[in-house]
Every structure is written in structure tokens, then in C-alpha cells.
Ligand binder design. Structure first.
Ligand code: SAM
Length: 151
């Protein structure tokens, strides 16, 4: 299920508070977040990882149509990837994935600066910000500053 328009707009607004590092979508799906993000921030490097073939193909086609040279889409499992320094992770996944991501960001990839999650919280971690959405799902979007969580 892709992020709603209100959700991806809230996520785009939160990305503005994360500096200049690369923005990485864990499970970029049909491109509902990465395509508008790459369009409105052409100076920022945007990366998406997606395992499912059809959403990856469609989002890759949209990237080509819109000539989004700052967007790279990999058909790959994000758990198996190493990230650049000062990265901002964005995700819309499910509770078990958030526990795995917490472990990865705290113990395997401590160079990630921020995590933005649509709907699902990072277990037992204090968010820097919560944006409640006025949409059909009434779901929150969370911003975490990883340095605070590690301290
Ligand atoms: C709920 S969708 C969100 C899509 C997009 N991020 C958005 O906000 O619209 C989650 C996506 O993550 C993908 N996914 C789940 N686990 C993954 C993994 N380990 N590696 C890559 N993609 C994954 C799924 O195939 C699905 O397309």
C-alpha cells in the first residue's frame, strides 16, 4: 500500500529538517514518496530500494519519464545494503520491520542521521517530532534523530 498524498507531503516537509545527506526509501514501492521527493529537491540525492518487480519497474519508468537524474532505484533488499554517511532513512513498512530497522541503525549502520517513518514507530524510542495526519488512516508520521536515540 503506497503512502497517501498527505503522508508523503508530511514526509517531504520533515526531510527539510534533515540537512543535505542522501534520502533513502526502505521499500520505495511504486515511487509515491521518491518521485515527488526527487522532483521537489533536485539538488538532493534520493535512493530507493524495492524488492517487488512490478512496482520497481513502474517507478523506474516514471523516473525516466520525469528525467529524475538525482534518483537511483535499486531492485534490492534494503537489509543487505550499506548506506552513505549522514543518510536519512524513510520508510512505510510494518511493526516487525521497525524492530529490525532499529537493530540495523543502532548496531550495523550507526552513520545514519535521521529516520522518518510513516505510521509505524521505532519501538521504545522517543521521536523528535510526530506529525498527526488528517487523512483517511489518521496515522502519524515520525521523525527520529538517531544521535539522540544512541545517547
Ligand atoms: C507499504 S509499501 C511503501 C512504499 C513507499 N515507500 C511509499 O511510501 O509509498 C512498502 C514497500 O516495501 C517493500 N519492501 C518490504 N520489505 C523490503 C525489503 N526488505 N527490501 C526492499 N523492499 C522491501 C514492499 O515490497 C513494498 O513495496
Amino acid at each position: 500500500m503506497p503512502s497517501s498524498k498527505k503522508a508523503y507531503q508530511a514526509m517531504l516537509a520533515l526531510v527539510d529538517e534533515t540537512g543535505t545527506g542522501p534520502v533513502i526509501d526502505f521499500g520505495s514501492g511504486w515511487g509515491n514518496f521518491v518521485i515527488p521527493m526527487a522532483k521537489c529537491k533536485p539538488q538532493r540525492q534520493i535512493i530507493g530500494y524495492e524488492m517487488s518487480l512490478l512496482p520497481w519497474l513502474i517507478s523506474t519508468l516514471l523516473k525516466k519519464i520525469w528525467r529524475l537524474n538525482n534518483l537511483t532505484l535499486y531492485r534490492q533488499n534494503f537489509y543487505q545494503v550499506n548506506f552513505p554517511a549522514a543518510a536519512v532513512i524513510v520508510c512505510y513498512l510494518y511493526p516487525q520491520a521497525m524492530s529490525k530497522i532499529k537493530h540495523k541503525l543502532l548496531h550495523e549502520q550507526p552513520n545514519v542521521d535521521f529516520l522518518i517513518s510513516n505510521n509505524f514507530a521505532l519501538p521504545s524510542c522517543q521521536p523528535e517530532k510526530i506529525i498527526p495526519l488528517d487523512d483517511f488512516y489518521k496515522s502519524p508520521v515520525y521523525l527520529y534523530k538517531m544521535a539522540k536515540i544512541k545517547s
